[in-house]
Ligand binder design. Sequence first.
Ligand SMILES: Cc1cc2nc3c(=O)[nH]c(=O)nc-3n(C[C@H](O)[C@H](O)[C@H](O)COP(=O)(O)O)c2cc1C
Length: 360
Amino acid sequence: MRSAKRLRNALRAALCGVLLMLLLAGCAAKESSAAPEKTPGKDASSAEETTKTDELTTPEEPTKTEEPAQTDEPTPGAHILVACFSATGHTEPLAEYAAEFLGADLYEIVAAEPYTEADLAYYTGGRCDLEQDDPDVRPAISGAVENMEQYDVVLIGHPIWHGQAPRIISTFLESYDFSGKTLTTFCTSMSSPLGSSAANLYGLVPEDVTWLESRRFPIGASREDVAGWLAEIGLTGSEGSEEAALQMRINGIPVAVQWEDNESVEALIELVREAPLTIQMSMYGGFEQVGAIGSSLPRNDVQTTTHAGDIVLYSGNQFVVFYGSNSWAYTRLGHITDKTAAELAELLGNGNVTVTISVG
Ligand SMILES: Cc1cc2nc3c(=O)[nH]c(=O)nc-3n(C[C@H](O)[C@H](O)[C@H](O)COP(=O)(O)O)c2cc1C
């Protein structure tokens, strides 16, 4: 099913590409002179100026002034990869959230020579300090992305080391031909801002790469934080539109849901295709609202720790929406992406609600 979707998506992407080219041709004809540069590439000023502000709290000024590209929806039907290097595990969950949200493939960037605790002890003159002091160092990566050509969009996650991306990210960027692709980065740090860490990578890839605005997250950033950033930069996912057509309201209020790509959601779509489904929910346990669907959906229960916003199938025939957390064997159906945990607690934690699901 995924391959059929991919094919449909590829066709959709191709159609969008043609439309975009026609549109651009029209704009070029109208404006004849140079449009603002939106795809920073290799030039003298893009090389890292090794502004080594090793202070954790001192923001660096970006070395490039071009605004990253921003379009309303750059990736209709695009095939997306989330690649992540995470030495101590803080950036990794954010990569997982992004991959889940986008229906993207996930690739872990692993150092051929693993970083030891001593290597990671910064400002000790150890391995990481030495690497970050030398912009030309390229630590080797173990393994490789299979068939990078298939991806239109690549997100790269990493920690901030000495105010910059670790040098292994430079290795990654120089290991593939990113020509014509859309790239962005996200990072976690103790306290440093994004600074010049993203802009200093622009010069490592071909000029026709389109960069979307990068984002620095604090350690422990939530799924909603990541989804919010992705929505801001116009990344909406690589899966088909069937799931997107499934609409949900809580007490009449529309909520945005990233639906899972599984047989349970497909069965739910079929169920509501004829007529909208209304489920009377009941508050339970101080962390969820649960209600009978009225029929059974295919189940594939997995021991799960849920979070606010998660939507799951319980016992094959109960629809559950969480405003808190619980651990049980559920089948995941989706996740509410446009509400914070506080907003969900307000919406779902103050009495029984009615959920309506329909296909738009
Ligand atoms: C070698 C090294 C250098 C670091 N430099 C900085 C820094 O300049 N600014 C900062 O806020 N945090 C810095 N940190 C902390 C990391 O950015 C932070 O812990 C990050 O979340 C780690 O992500 P990870 O667990 O995915 O590797 C540094 C950590 C290491 C190991």
